[in-house]
Design a protein around this ligand. Sequence first.
Ligand code: SF4
Length: 296
Amino acid sequence: MEAIPLTFKTGTTSVAKPARERFERGMLQQRLRRLVGKAIADYNMIEDGDRVMVCLSGGKDSYTLLDLLLALQKKAPVSFELIAVHLDQKQPGYPPEILPAYLRDTGLEFHILEQDTYSVVQRVVPEGKTTCGLCSRLRRGILYTFARNHGITKIALGHHRDDIVETLFLNMFFGSRLKAMPPKLLSDDGDNIVIRPLAYCRETDIARYAEARQFPIIPCNLCGSQENLQRKQIKQMLEGWERANPGRVENVFRSLQNVTPSHLADTGLFDFASLGARDEARPSAAQWLVEGRGAE
Ligand code: SF4
């Protein structure tokens, strides 16, 4: 058994830092695995025989996702395959050797796709405008096509709880829509099921896990794109809330799982018009407006 180093302080024995760190790392790993397992079960993300394609960007989230799925795969109640896929978008300074070296060590089937979306984005997007929208659309298209052509049944993305809550507020504040990022969805092309097994995991936990595991992170600013200012604002707002009221972001996330359409105002989601209605024939909005104006 591995010896635990001890330190001694004025007559008391305390467990040395490395042992404590190992213990905390173990707890963190357990928590993340439990949350991923719960999300997979709650949304029926993975079934027997699935070929799950894990999209690896080289950032902390997707490394963590792959690592946790690999661990879960060994004990999962169903049998499924994992395939790691990364898209090299030909950004200047991209280090092509990092991901293949890491993935070879995992023993997984993996694919590195190469497509110069960087030049396309640079050519098409006017200077000063944010490039992320087009870049992500192109990347999505390439990955979805790959999935379709390789018998993939699920596409796993590394978005976590904080991404989901940020997206909710982004859509509310800048798009007037009550819409977040679901843990499971049918892709825009209608051909792929996208899953987000990290949906219950906090970004801070993922960052600590990635650091502890020393994943070889590929910097995400190679493209030189400006940070999305709106997302940055939302992030800062949420961080402020969380500092002042710990647990608030978690509560917001949970509210997405606990929706009462009859207490919102979307007439497409809840039939308010029929609620308590006595007459079949109802005046239209235009009629109400006309009559309202006449009564002034
Ligand atoms: S940061 Fe760069 S690579 Fe990432 S989505 Fe935006 S443009 Fe694309």
